[in-house]
Write a protein that binds this ligand. Structure first.
Ligand SMILES: Cc1cc2nc3c(=O)[nH]c(=O)nc-3n(C[C@H](O)[C@H](O)[C@H](O)COP(=O)(O)OP(=O)(O)OC[C@H]3O[C@@H](n4cnc5c(N)ncnc54)[C@H](O)[C@@H]3O)c2cc1C
Length: 1013
């Protein structure tokens, strides 16, 4: 019979639409509106997966994102999705899914044999077992890696495409249950721009799983009705109202997965996953990058499981999931149920099961005498309530066939005779956990509320507030009222006044009796002896594992988590973590509040790589950056080289010229006349604020506070280890205003580095950084004739040496547009850098070319720049340094200020970073001046020494210098400065060995006369 476990009526499924699907190769049918999980349950499939470590049979436990077991491989080939949760996969016609972690089948899994040795494989088993012999580790690692993980990644390129969208709003509401809908409505009616995102296919949240009051003929004015209407009538009305508001955007199937600084949230919207693959049109997913002025978190609560013997057997489900499958999907998850709960909410499950015609054997409740309204109704329905008792074990093979119930004494220990209740469904509820993930990601610290036995949001750090079940307010009336208030407050703080009257919902809530926490049922056989009591179903972590971790010294929650694998995996401990915290706290004699939670990190639920990548694939993966002068360079036949993401002119060959001809010509032009280079790619960071000079003092090795306005200074930046990470010239434009230049390739890294220090270590500094690399174009005019050229083009600047000295900056106009001119030099020649707005680059560049024509102005590229700077012994960070070089190694002690602190300072005094024997940067002159050493070539004392030949260092830069008429090289050589004049050898790949002499790294104009004219 098709769908033997489908109830004859009810649910939000379209019974008129049959959908065919395959699971583990077998054909089944379901309905539009089903999830894969509900359709499998409707077809009586109870074993969906095998557990990760012990390969135990596992069934569906939950009904939403918190599902730990029912993880499936969805579809095949290029569209295969690993680790899809069956509870989240919307059913479509032709869907194909399979179990994971089972061979040859989920019903008969060979690896289930590991379960027999479970006792010998506790937490830490891998760490303790695979230690000997040490050399075998690589083999063990291979096997362990093979055994780990669940699904299989696709091997073919993804045929779908994905989008990204940036959005700004006044109020972002996350969660579209009653609290979220009420919040969106109250914020929306004020005129604020509102986004409402909910991860489910329909709005309504938990209301989607309420009993259909109309269908079961319960007085709609009594329990769970809203303003006298059934909840879903209210939902439909509210959604229609929201749709009519022009400033409100509704995003169903959209999960807010990250809450970052400055109220920046990321939302993954699933656009076509619910459509058969062949019929999908448009992007599959879209990531929304939302910057919200105010946020309302109405993310609801997830139900907690209970920890007892064999609590992982298929047929053990969360009570709310049971209600959801019955009420929302019209599924009969079992024929005879037992409910095990320590709070009143699961009594609703007993009632809904009974209303659906499903036999309820009993409700087992550890509270001695459950006497509230809901237990009363359950008793009235003829269902036995067994108070002061707990389920201690389940029986059955691949599905629950019975549960063992024992009384609990005053100390919470199980005692007395065992009563066995036959059932094939056990609905459990250990209470509710507000979904505080996003609040915690935003910086809030959840606090433990003992009366509710759960963590609730703490004080918000960002502009957010929580409402409804996410805030620990579980009653429907409270959810709605909090939603209204939160929406109104958020809109007001975003600058919108109330529009229209507020709304006070009429809801008749049933008073619930207080919960009595029960984190783990004490096993009758003693800890670790009886059946496994699972805390984390996805990672097969049991209560005994947590206790073992505590005994072995992993007493901090974060350590116990890592030791046991608790909360790893796709569900990130959504179900089990809090029980584990409580078990650990009790074992250590602590309270839960002080044990605290583990860290909630993005992503809230898994996000596909496709969604993260969006359209940034192939050519768009890394953008190509071109300067504003790129077209001019192309027109002049420049060849380009990649520097970071930039295309920089490498050299400008004339007809018939090879690279060394062109570079030789360009070099001679700069030394003898004038050259011009596009230096626009240098990173430029505008630094402003009263503490800007102090900030520079801390990030550069030299001193900045006394630098005069209008002056420039070279700076060297170190990392924490004292190693050179970047350099550049920084100009003081005003008392509190500097312009830093960085290396072309290092700009983004330096910007992030500076921001990191400002934001995390020195937040008290009043300093603001803006990247202006793209905004300014820079023409470097270098050579003895450069002054004539720039002064012919610039106005308002006195270029006389006295008025405009070396390392100074002047503002004026260049070819009629505002310009900043710096007198700095990377070639050792008299030189000026003319900076103008990038839009004016070509106009100014052409004016400079015209003015320089009489002097034979020659455009030059990066190769010439490299040769000229090497002649002068100027470093290129990243070429002459490699992250292991200190300023002292470079012979740049002069730029280390003595009397101040800076990043990396202490590391320069460490034993490993001092001493004469470190590799030092020196010049290398080949015996044969026409031979050019290869860059990267190894420097040795004697190339014929026995192998392995001791290495002295390597060549970092090497060129033929047309100006010097010989080759020059720079290299890092052990104790290099002590070796001045000594001979070294550089073996070549072709078998030859070149001999060279260690020399000063400055080959040309060592006194620096030429740049000071
Ligand atoms: C099965 C069941 C039956 C119930 N029956 C009754 C009843 O009969 N009477 C009664 O008074 N109360 C009942 N309740 C309780 C009541 O429904 C809830 O207390 C109430 O719905 C909570 O409202 P909420 O808006 O705070 O959260 P929810 O209704 O749970 O809504 C939260 C929404 O946020 C979504 N969400 C969470 N995180 C994200 C994210 N990161 N991104 C996007 N979306 C997210 C969730 O999927 C959900 O749709 C029942 C609850 C359940 C679960």
């Amino acid at each position: 019979m098709s769908q033997p476990c489908r109830l004859p009526a009810g649910g939000r499924i379209d019974r008129g639409t049959l959908l065919a699907f395959r699971f583990n190769g077998r054909h089944y049918e379901g309905h539009q509106g089903d999830t894969l999980a509900s359709a499998l349950l409707a077809n009586g499939v109870s074993v969906i997966a095998r557990s990760w470590k012990y390969h135990r049979p596992r069934g569906i436990v939950a009904s939403g994102v918190e599902e730990p077991n029912a993880v499936v491989q969805l579809e095949t080939g290029a569209r295969t999705v690993p680790n899809a949760r069956a509870t989240e996969v919307e059913l479509y016609d032709g869907l194909v899914a399979a179990s994971v972690n089972a061979w040859p089948s989920v019903d008969f899994d060979v690896m289930a044999v590991t379960g027999l040795f479970a006792r010998f494989m506790p937490a830490g088993f891998y760490y303790k077992t695979f230690m000997w012999p040490q050399s075998f580790w690589m083999k063990y690692e291979h096997l362990i890696r093979k055994a780990s993980g669940l699904g299989t990644s696709p091997t073919e390129p993804d045929p779908d495409h994905y989008d990204k969208m940036n959005a700004h709003c006044d109020v972002l509401v996350v969660g579209g249950g009653p609290a979220g809908l009420a919040a969106a409505w109250s914020a929306g009616k004020s005129g604020a721009r509102v986004i409402l995102a909910d991860e489910q296919s329909e709005f309504g949240g938990s209301l989607l799983a309420h009993r259909d009051l109309a269908a079961v003929a319960i007085d709609p004015a009594s329990d769970g009705s809203i303003d006298g209407a059934t909840p879903m009538v209210w939902v439909a009305r509210t959604v229609a109202n929201l749709k009519a508001m022009p400033e409100v955007r509704l995003l169903p199937r959209s999960t807010a997965f990250g809450y970052h600084d400055h109220n920046f949230l990321t939302i993954a919207e699933r656009l076509t996953d619910h459509v058969p693959p062949g019929q999908r049109r448009g992007p599959r997913e879209r990531v929304w990058r939302v910057r919200a002025k105010q946020v309302v978190l109405a993310t609801g609560a997830s139900e907690r499981p209970l920890v007892f013997g064999n609590n992982d057997r298929p047929g053990v489900m969360l009570a709310s999931a049971v209600s959801t499958f019955v009420n929302r999907y019209g599924v009969r998850p079992g024929a005879r149920a037992v409910v095990f709960t320590n709070n009143d909410s699961a009594y609703r499950t007993a009632l809904c099961l009974a209303a659906a015609g499903i036999d309820v054997a009993a409700v087992v409740d550890p509270r001695p005498a459950p006497a509230g309204e809901l237990p009363g109704r359950v008793r009235k329905a003829g269902i036995e309530v067994i108070g002061g008792a707990a389920v201690v074990d389940t029986r059955g093979r691949k599905r629950v066939s019975a549960v063992d119930v024992m009384a609990l004494d005053a100390k919470g220990t199980v005692a007395g005779p065992v009563r066995t209740l036959a059932c094939d469904l056990l609905a459990v509820s250990g209470g509710w956990n507000p979904v505080v993930n996003l609040h915690a990601q935003a910086g809030g610290k959840p606090k433990y509320e003992a009366a509710k036995a759960c963590f609730v949001p703490g004080t918000p750090v960002q502009a957010e507030r929580s409402a409804g079940a996410a805030n620990g307010s579980f009653a429907l009336g409270a959810c709605l009222a909090e939603g209204v208030a939160a929406g109104e407050e958020a809109a007001r703080l975003a600058g919108f006044g109330a529009a229209g009257a507020s709304w006070a919902p009429t809801v008749v809530d049933v008073d619930e009796e207080p919960i009595v926490p029960l984190w783990a049922v004490a096993p009758r056989e003693g800890i670790g002896r009886g059946p496994k009591q699972f805390v984390d179903l996805q990672n097969d972590v049991g209560a005994a594992d947590i206790l073992l971790a505590a005994r072995e010294g992993y007493q901090l929650l974060e350590l116990a988590k890592r030791y046991t694998a608790l909360g790893f995996g796709t569900d990130q401990g959504k179900l089990g973590n809090i029980n584990a915290m409580a078990i650990l706290a009790r074992a250590l004699g602590n309270d839960i509040a002080s044990t605290g939670t583990t860290t909630f990190r993005p992503n809230y639920t898994p996000v596909t790589f496709g969604a993260i990548a969006g359209r940034d694939l192939g050519e768009r993966f890394e953008p190509v950056r071109k300067t504003a002068l790129h077209a001019w360079h192309e027109e002049r036949g420049a060849l380009f080289e990649n520097v970071g993401q930039w295309k920089r002119p490498w050299y400008f060959p004339k007809a018939g010229e090879a690279i060394h001809d062109a570079v030789g010509r360009e070099c001679r032009a700069v030394r003898n006349g004038v050259g011009i280079m596009d230096a626009s790619t240098l990173g430029k960071i505008d630094i402003q604020g009263p503490d800007a000079a102090t900030f520079l003092d801390w990030v550069y090795t030299n001193a900045w506070t006394k630098l005069g306005v209008g002056r420039c200074r070279y700076g060297l930046m170190l990392d924490e280890n004292g190693m050179v990470m970047d350099d550049g010239v920084t100009t003081r434009l005003g008392e509190n205003h500097f312009l830093m230049t960085t290396t072309t390739g290092g700009a983004a890294r330096v910007m992030a580095w500076l921001e990191r220090w400002l934001q995390t270590e020195w937040p008290e500094l009043r300093v603001y950084l803006t990247s202006v690399t793209d905004q300014w174009a820079t023409a470097a005019v270098a050579g003895p004739a450069s002054r004539e050229v720039v002064q012919a083009v610039c106005a308002g600047i006195d270029f006389s040496p006295a008025a405009f000295p070396f390392m100074a900056c002047r503002e004026g106009a260049a070819a009629g547009v505002p310009a900043r001119v710096m007198r700095i030099s990377f070639s050792g020649e008299l030189a000026f850098e003319v900076n103008v707005c990038a839009n004016d680059a070509r106009h100014v560049w052409e004016a400079l070319m015209a003015a320089g024509a009489a002097h034979g102005i020659t455009p030059y590229g990066t190769e010439t720049m490299h040769v000229l700077r090497a002649e002068k012994g100027f470093i290129i960070v990243g070429q002459d340094t490699d992250g292991s070089v200190t300023p002292v190694d470079l012979g740049m002690d002069r730029v280390i200020a003595r009397g101040k602190d800076f990043i990396g300072r202490r590391s320069l005094a460490r034993a490993g970073t001092t001493g004469d024997d470190r590799k030092q940067w020196v010049g290398l002159l080949t015996e044969d001046p026409m031979e050019v050493l290869p860059e990267g070539g190894q420097v040795v004392a004697d190339a014929r020494a026995p192998v392995p030949v001791p290495m002295l260092g390597h060549v970092t830069s090497s060129y033929f210098s047309a100006n010097l008429g010989r080759s020059i090289a720079l290299g890092l050589v052990k104790g290099g400065r002590k070796r001045m004049g000594e001979g070294v050898e550089v073996p070549l790949a072709d078998g030859r060995t070149l001999r060279a002499r260690v020399a000063s790294p400055v080959f040309f104009d060592p006194e620096g006369v030429r740049q000071n004219v």
